[in-house]
Ligand binder design. Structure first.
Ligand SMILES: [Zn+2]
Length: 434
């Protein structure tokens, strides 16, 4: 291809957009989004509790390690870290708000246009994602470093940009003489000196540098692909924020859309495409929070506080991280249920209890499209079992066959449970020998 061939291919593609297709089950997708969005929202109130405890601890020298006590060199961090955490919480709150599942109540074919997603929506979502991914990583970096020069660099670069266009009233509200003096000192430095001077330092200047640096230290075994996910999310969302040609074209088409529908009502391909993006971003940000940001916060608390004060904070943060990981693991999974043969297609209502705790009563006529969890979006597969055994032995222990007249395994008396487990082991051993 020469240059002209290439521009021809580009111009053709940018002017004749292919008709968009919905690739997922939109209803299930919305449930999945609701599941992750709710989980992230719950972590916010838990983090506010952590912030309150830490702020109280920081105000008392007996709770602080020597370097951070009143008057010591690193004492300013006792004010800086809560501010950083508060800032992260504001951005997280905005992200939670922007990634709520679509509200389809009362949407009809006449009003389905309100579900159309276009340039404004994509731009808003991607910009929010860009902000959160960028700021959680750079906040995490500062929490790991707890280094005055690193923090100075970050704040002075930002102040220097802000000051360029700040109006008089803004300057008055924000800039004390002390800050003016600091900024003037910073401006004496050449651009090359910014990253390494007597007052400033930045060892990991780019987003990718910071991600690699942090993950090299906190090293989350459970998220081996986190570095790539974050770098990809950062580049993708930057493309939208910077109004790249491709993202702008993709989201600003004027053509009308085909109306799709499911049992909840009508929707549009752009609604579904947008939701898919929302879902992937939610999953990425939850991983970022659980496996990068929270571990950095734990390390900051452990450096700044005496062990007695740091331990409960660590425990709370680990619980928040585990709840987020649990929400990710339980979304959109596939669960198997064992059902007594002959019940599917009968008049019986079959209770299917998902791992997340929600029960779907699968009512006759047993429509296969209802075999999913309305809470976490997981799908259900049923295996029909002949006979009246009551339980099936699985790698997770004996499981009750739905439709058999027996209690749940964990509701059996302990001696009954023990004898059944012994039988199961025996059966497993016999199978190993054959
Ligand atoms: Zn579920």
């Amino acid at each position: 291809m020469d240059a002209n061939d290439i521009i021809e291919a580009i111009s053709k593609n940018l002017s004749e957009r292919r008709s968009a297709a919905a690739l997922s089950n939109y209803g299930v997708l919305c449930n999945n989004i609701g599941h992750l969005n709710k989980s992230l929202e719950e972590s916010l109130s838990d983090l506010v509790g952590v912030l309150d405890t830490a702020t109280a601890d920081f105000s008392s020298d007996t709770r602080l390690t020597a370097e951070y006590q009143h008057g010591a060199a690193k004492a300013p961090f006792t004010a800086v870290i809560p501010t950083i955490l508060r800032n992260s919480l504001s951005i997280l709150r905005k992200f939670v708000h922007r990634t709520a599942p679509d509200d389809r109540n009362g949407v009809t074919v006449d009003t389905v246009g309100q579900l159309r997603r276009s340039f404004d929506d994509y731009n808003e979502l991607a910009t929010t994602a860009r902000q959160i991914v960028d700021s959680l990583v750079s906040d995490g970096y500062q929490m790991l470093k707890l280094d005055a020069r690193e923090l100075n660099y970050h704040v002075l670069v930002s102040l220097n940009s802000f000051d360029r266009f700040a109006t008089r009233s803004l300057r008055q509200a924000l800039f004390s003489q002390e800050v003016e003096d600091t900024l003037n000192e910073f401006r004496q430095l050449s651009f090359a000196q910014w990253k390494n001077s007597a007052i400033t330092r930045c060892e990991q200047p780019t987003f990718a540098n910071k991600v690699d640096h942090i993950l090299g230290i906190v090293n989350p075994a459970k998220s081996p692909n986190l570095a790539d996910t974050l770098k990809d999310l950062f580049k993708f969302s930057s493309e939208f924020t910077h109004i790249g040609y491709v993202s702008t074209f993709f989201t600003s088409g004027q053509e009308s859309e085909i109306i799709f529908g499911d049992d909840q009502g009508p929707y549009l391909p752009s609604t579904e495409n947008f939701s898919e993006l929302k879902y992937e971003m939610l999953a990425g940000i939850i991983q970022l929070l659980a496996d990068l940001y929270l571990p950095c916060l734990v390390r900051a608390f452990e450096a700044m506080l005496v062990p007695d004060a740091a331990a409960p904070l660590r425990k709370s943060l680990e619980a928040i991280g585990n709840a987020q990981r649990e929400a990710l693991a339980s979304r959109n999974a596939e669960y198997y249920f064992f059902v007594k043969s002959g019940l599917i297609g009968s008049e019986a209502s079959l209770p299917l209890t998902c791992k997340c705790g929600r029960t779907r009563n699968w009512e006759p006529p047993h429509n296969p499209s209802d075999l999913y969890c309305s809470s976490c979006g997981s799908s259900f597969r049923l295996l029909e079992i002949e006979g009246d055994g009551g339980y099936v032995f699985t790698s997770e222990g004996p499981i009750k066959i739905i439709g058999c007249d027996v209690p749940e395994f964990h509701d059996l008396p302990p001696d009954k449970q023990r004898s059944m487990l012994a039988k199961m082991n025996e059966a497993a051993n016999n199978q190993d020998k054959s």
